[in-house]
Design a protein around this ligand. Structure first.
Ligand code: ADP
Length: 178
């Protein structure tokens, strides 16, 4: 049995979607093993999203790719087309968002739970997420809109990407969980 970590983000609370999101994980057969609601500190969010240049660049690239796809002017909106600089801006917005309201932290377990939960959650960018996924069904956001509004993508949830990441994140958010 595999375990994974999910964060239900403040935008899900604002939209009243917390129960709906939990039920999507439960109905597929995943087991809810741990759950706590908290107001995340900047330090916790910084540990959760470490200052890793490769990841930061990949985040910035999502904005650049979206601007290219729709033929929009990134310099006009952000003053740069450098993936690292844009990624750093996004990380700052992400920390602001995750500390702006309550977060619900879940541990889910089950057969290939990491992969299954990522599938249920859908693509990072709600505009590109398949219908039937949480992000695809409940959000219409895109990196160009969020960049123009100087905020992070509102995509409702975080889910660990790999088994190793899940282990690290579970021990970060549930210090005494074994
Ligand atoms: P995921 O949450 O799907 O694992 P990432 O780890 O790449 O995605 O990004 C972390 C979070 O940062 C995303 O869930 C999203 O809220 C936000 N984000 C990522 N890329 C961008 C972007 N280009 N513009 C705005 N927000 C972004």
């Amino acid at each position: 049995m595999e375990r994974t970590l999910v964060l239900i983000k403040p935008d899900a609370f604002k939209r009243g979607l917390v129960g709906e999101i939990i039920s999507r994980f439960e109905r597929v057969g995943l087991t809810l093993e741990g759950m706590k609601i908290l107001n995340a500190t900047i330090e916790m969010v910084e540990k959760h999203y470490p200052d890793d240049k490769n990841w930061i660049r990949s985040v910035g690239k999502k904005t650049i790719d979206t601007y290219e796809k729709y033929n929009l002017n990134i310099i006009e909106d952000l003053g740069t087309n450098d993936a690292l600089k844009i990624g750093q801006l996004v990380r700052k917005w992400l920390i602001q968002h995750l500390t702006s309201g309550p977060v619900l932290v879940l541990i889910l377990s089950g057969n290939h739970a990491v992969e299954m939960v990522r599938k249920i959650v859908g693509n990072t960018v709600p505009l590109f997420a398949e219908l039937g996924t949480i992000r695809g069904d409940f959000s219409i956001d895109s990196p160009d809109l969020s960049a123009r509004e100087k905020r992070v993508l509102q995509n409702l949830v975080h889910a660990s990407e790999t088994v190793e990441e899940a282990k690290r994140e579970i021990s970060l958010w549930f210090a005494n969980y074994s």
